[in-house]
Design a binder for this molecule. Structure first.
Ligand SMILES: Nc1ncnc2c1ncn2[C@@H]1O[C@H](COP(=O)(O)OP(=O)(O)OP(=O)(O)O)[C@@H](O)[C@H]1O
Ligand SMILES: [Mg+2]
Length: 397
């Protein structure tokens, strides 16, 4: 008998909480409809706090901006990914887009999208993601801790909003949009270093941000350092050196420029550029190292470090050559057959490519490593115990 009472009790509790959800959802919907004006205001106002002001000094690649705007105008496309290695300018580009959308500064578009910005970060949970999205839209869960109820509140609110774009920056893992409460018709712009995240979240379009050319590197550098640089007679050699040191990575270019701002004597420029190595900067080092740490797997990490040593004297290797090297160095030795070792090698290689620690060349056959990533690997090897066990004596660091 007591168990029957408990059963009836639990059914009553479920019915009442279901009613609460319906009530909350209806109330949220009513608020969204009645207060459409203020709801829309809160959508564009709330993320303003998080919005970084786009500096006039930024040299944004308009081709990227236009490509994404084109995709946004296509009703068939709802999920877009912005991809690239750490410090390449993903967030900067996304902020530029977000700002243009918030200011309705999209010339070719008839649509007025509301937009919201959420920085997701490492090791998030569905609960935390819901919280961040809710606060970007000014939604109050009223202390409701139940993820399912929160998902249905979020879903109802967002479904009543009309056209909007949700930016999710700094994504290090996937999630199911329906678990969070993101409706199917929501336009999502996802920003991540990890290609797998886009695959799992079914991005229909992925924009890969490439490193800057020598000319573009110089433009970013000049913009950051300020006026007067272009008049220096040392420009041609400085231009080459800046490109060489930063390998086209905006994070490194900006770091270099910030460090050189105080150097006024033109003759000291070359000297400074020659000794300066952006990877020695703690911000550049720790941001790039994050991709290495997030591999979370010693085998992957070792294969990556070995690749850096091997690629030191070569700019490119074929997939097979690299995998053979790993097998030869016994980095993949816990599977029975050579075929299994090769299969595992391909899977490791794909993971390193997905994390932007290795890159494919345009021909899609050869593998290369970004120069700063290689310098990062060498630096990790120098500082770690692996230096004794990993590095053959013929390789000089
Ligand atoms: N187009 C640009 N013009 C000038 N500076 C830029 C540009 N893009 C990026 N930067 C500078 O490079 C730095 C790194 O950019 P950003 O934070 O956008 O990289 P990211 O790809 O988002 O990196 P992460 O993967 O670490 O999040 C920024 O501090 C920014 O100042
Ligand atoms: Mg970023």
């Amino acid at each position: 008998m007591p168990s029957v009472i408990a059963l009836v009790d639990s059914i009553l509790v479920s019915i009442s909480s279901f009613h609460n959800v319906l009530y909350d959802v209806r109330r949220m919907k009513r608020t969204a409809i009645l207060d459409e004006q203020s709801a829309m205001e809160s959508v564009s106002l709330q993320p303003e706090k998080k919005r970084r002001k786009v500096q006039p000094s930024l040299s944004i690649n308009l081709e990227y901006v236009n490509r994404i705007i084109g995709w946004l105008g296509n009703n068939e496309i709802s999920t877009i990914g912005i991809h690239g290695m750490g410090g390449i300018g993903k967030t900067t580009l996304a902020i530029e887009l977000y700002t243009r959308l918030s200011n309705h500064d999209i010339p070719s578009s008839d649509d007025n999208y509301a937009s919201a910005w959420v920085s997701v970060g490492i090791d998030f949970t569905v609960f935390q993601l819901q919280q961040k999205i809710a606060s970007a839209f000014g939604i109050d869960f009223q202390d409701d801790k139940d993820v399912i109820r929160r998902a249905s509140i979020l879903n109802a609110f967002l479904s009543g909003l009309g056209k909007y774009i949700l930016f999710l920056d700094d994504l290090w893992g996937d999630f199911r949009p329906e678990d969070v409460g993101i409706p199917r018709q929501c336009k999502l712009i996802l920003i991540s270093r990890l290609l797998d995240v886009f695959r799992i979240l079914r991005c229909q379009k992925i924009l890969k941000i490439e490193t800057r050319s020598e000319e573009e590197t110089w433009q970013v550098f000049q913009h950051c350092i300020g006026h007067g640089v272009s008049n220096l007679k040392e420009v041609p050699s400085c231009k080459k050196l800046v490109y060489h040191k930063c390998a086209g990575l905006p994070l490194a270019i900006i770091t270099l420029a910030n460090n050189m701002r105080g150097v006024v004597d033109a003759s000291r420029w070359r000297e400074f550029l020659e000794i300066m190595d952006p990877i020695q900067n703690i911000d550049v080092f720790s941001r790039l190292k994050l991709s290495y740490e997030r591999l979370n797997n010693i085998k992957l990490q070792r294969c990556f470090l070995y690749s850096a040593l091997y690629l030191k004297d070569k700019s490119l290797v074929s997939r097979e050559e690299l995998i053979r090297l790993w097998i030869g160095k016994r980095l993949i030795n816990d599977v029975p057959s050579l075929q299994a070792q090769f299969d595992m090698g391909h899977s490791i290689l794909n993971k390193l490519l997905n994390s932007c620690l290795l890159e494919t060349c345009q021909d899609n056959k050869n593998i290369k490593m970004h120069d700063l990533v290689r310098r990062l690997a060498i630096s990790i090897l120098r500082d770690s115990n692996m230096v004794k066990t990993c590095i053959p004596s013929k390789w000089e660091l």
